[in-house]
Write a protein that binds this ligand. Structure first.
Ligand code: G4P
Length: 538
């Protein structure tokens, strides 16, 4: 389907509203190691977009209020964010959707789902620490999805590594060609401003009290900059010339193909470089485009409404204990109250309660466009990966699950609360908090919970006790690897030591193994019964 049509009488081109609105959208997520400054930069972005008057209202560790997504005690205790929300704001003429990702690599699977809802990612790097473990893991997730990445070197106001060394590190560890858009004036710890690589001009930053307001920026010519900053400016010019000489200039095609990453320097806490990031998102990051369906045919953005569920979250509001399904709009226009079809069941689904969720704040959404995130309240039938549409049917490819590496048998501590236990386990399964595996041998009272990272178990335990009133005990099993198999495989593996076949609620059969030697021995002897590995092992 074309995205424009021509009105014969006037020859004017009419752009459908969904297309015009989609072009304005920039949907992205921030990936980083904990403490690199994700919450601070989220707050700073929102501040620049004038959502907030003073920084501190969204962010909130250490008594600074509530973070963007700190519904759960466990998040507060650990200072991590497990649940996710989307922050929407306008900047220039663009509508920015910042989708929150879990900060911890144990929730990579969750991150993977969230990243299916964005068109770009910002990789936030601590200038002193460089690329940390979890940044790398989350980067791998992005790479797997071919998501264009913008790199922000944060905390330049503090002593840190050399800028050129950081470029080498990015290149060596990610394989992406770093393409700096600006270059710092002043070494790490003495941040004065940046040299704009596109114009050669100087963008001088001025500190404000505690960084709590938008930092003033002055645009100066190279001559003025040299007069003002002397050696610090000359060094920036020399280093940026070196970068240009190696051919590491901005490469728009490489960025969109996820082979090159634009890089910029900033300090989230001082609000330095935040406007530059916003401008980069608007100018360079891709707007939503056609999304391929399960058969690979693109669903154009001006097609009738379609969306897919990338996150299901219950218990976000302690007072209501309701369940939200977050969908990303892929085509057409969403209007609250519209009746859509749920592709899994072919049943109609009424969208009376549609919300935007930002921390504890929820506001009703009346209309949404491709790239937007809508929270559908009490969407009990919806599961992660499901598609919703109107008129022309479409099913988007399922969001693949990760290969679990940790396994534990769950049992209700109080067997008289079996009903609550069942309900809770089912809910956690629907949300994808853990994968729930069963077998005839183990029975329904003792399902196996499978996770990519052990912290998922903590969340499961915590929620079973607090939300479903059914505390559980978890007995760890000695398995560490899983492969798909089929009914034949189940029969032939029966009775083998340190191997077990369990079934997932979507019907997939998983053969689980204690270690890679056991797996390799099965692969050698019974290769035909093991199907493709389950996506990535992180
Ligand atoms: P996270 O969400 O990625 O985990 O990180 P968060 O924003 O909470 O930031 C972690 C710490 O790093 C915070 O300090 C924060 O103030 C600080 N920080 C973030 N960006 C910058 C920056 O650009 N420069 C400097 N110098 N610090 C930065 P904290 O000590 O944990 O909290 P606070 O008491 O300082 O608020």
């Amino acid at each position: 389907m074309s995205t424009t049509s021509t009105v014969p009488a006037t020859g004017r081109t009419v752009v459908p509203e969904s297309v015009g609105q989609a072009r304005r959208r920039r949907s992205f997520a921030v990936i980083s190691h904990p403490d690199a400054g994700k919450s601070t930069i989220t707050e700073a972005l929102a501040l620049h977009a004038k959502v907030l008057n003073r920084a501190g209202a969204v962010h909130g560790k250490d008594g600074r209020g509530g973070t963007v997504s700190d519904w759960m005690d466990i998040e507060r205790e650990r200072g991590i964010s497990i649940t996710s929300a989307a922050l929407q704001f306008t900047y220039r003429d663009a509508v920015i959707n910042l989708v929150d990702t879990p900060g911890h690599a144990d929730f990579s699977e969750d991150t993977y789902r969230v990243l299916s809802a964005v068109d770009a990612a910002v990789m936030l790097v601590d200038a002193a620490k460089g690329l940390e473990v979890q940044t790398m893991k989350l980067f791998e997730v992005c790479k797997h999805r071919n998501i264009p990445i913008i790199t922000v070197i944060n905390k330049w106001d503090r002593p840190g590594k050399e800028a050129l060394d950081l470029m080498d590190e990015i290149h060596e560890r990610t394989g992406l060609q770093p393409a700096p858009l600006n270059w710092p004036v002043g070494v790490a710890g003495d941040f004065r401003g940046v040299l704009d690589m596109a114009t050669g001009d100087y963008l001088k930053f001025t500190r404000t009290d505690g960084g709590a307001t938008v930092a003033p920026e002055d645009h100066l010519s190279a001559e003025e900059a040299e007069g003002l900053e002397g050696g610090a400016w000359l060094r920036a010019v020399e280093e940026s010339d070196l970068i240009v000489a190696t051919g590491a200039g901005h490469d728009p095609e490489g960025f969109l193909a996820a082979t090159s990453t634009p890089v910029m320097f900033g300090s989230a806490v001082l609000n330095f470089g935040v406007r530059f990031l916003l401008d980069t998102l608007v100018d360079l990051a891709p707007a939503p485009g056609a999304r391929p369906d399960a058969d690979g045919r693109p669903r154009e953005i001006d097609s009738p409404f379609s969306a897919f569920v990338f996150k299901v979250q219950a218990g976000m509001d302690v007072a209501h204990r309701d369940r939200l399904a977050f969908v990303r709009v892929c085509s057409g226009t969403f209007e609250r109250g519209m009746v859509v079809t749920h592709s899994g069941t072919n049943r109609p689904f009424a969208t009376k309660y549609a919300q935007q969720v930002m921390g504890r704040e929820r506001t009703s959404i009346d209309r949404a466009f491709p790239g937007d995130v809508v929270g559908l309240v009490n969407a009990n039938a919806l599961r992660v990966g499901d598609t919703l549409y109107v008129e022309r049917p479409v099913t988007f490819p399922p969001i693949p699950s990760f290969s679990p590496e940790h396994f534990a048998v769950a049992r209700a501590k109080d067997s008289s609360r079996y009903k609550q236990f069942r309900r809770g386990i089912e809910q956690l399964d629907h949300e994808g908090v853990v994968q729930v595996l069963r077998s005839d041998l183990r029975g329904d009272q003792a399902p196996v919970l499978a996770a990519v990272g052990p912290m998922q178990f903590e969340v499961a335990e915590h929620r079973m006790a607090g939300e479903f009133n059914s505390p559980i005990s978890l007995d760890r099993l000695g398995y560490s690897l899983a492969r798909r198999t089929d009914a034949d495989g189940r029969d032939r593996l029966r009775g083998q030591r340190a191997v077990e076949v369990l079934s997932r609620s979507d019907g997939v059969l998983l053969a689980v193994f204690s270690d890679r030697w056991r797996l390799q021995s099965v692969e050698r002897g019974l290769a035909d019964i093991l199907l493709a590995p389950l996506v990535v092992s992180m």
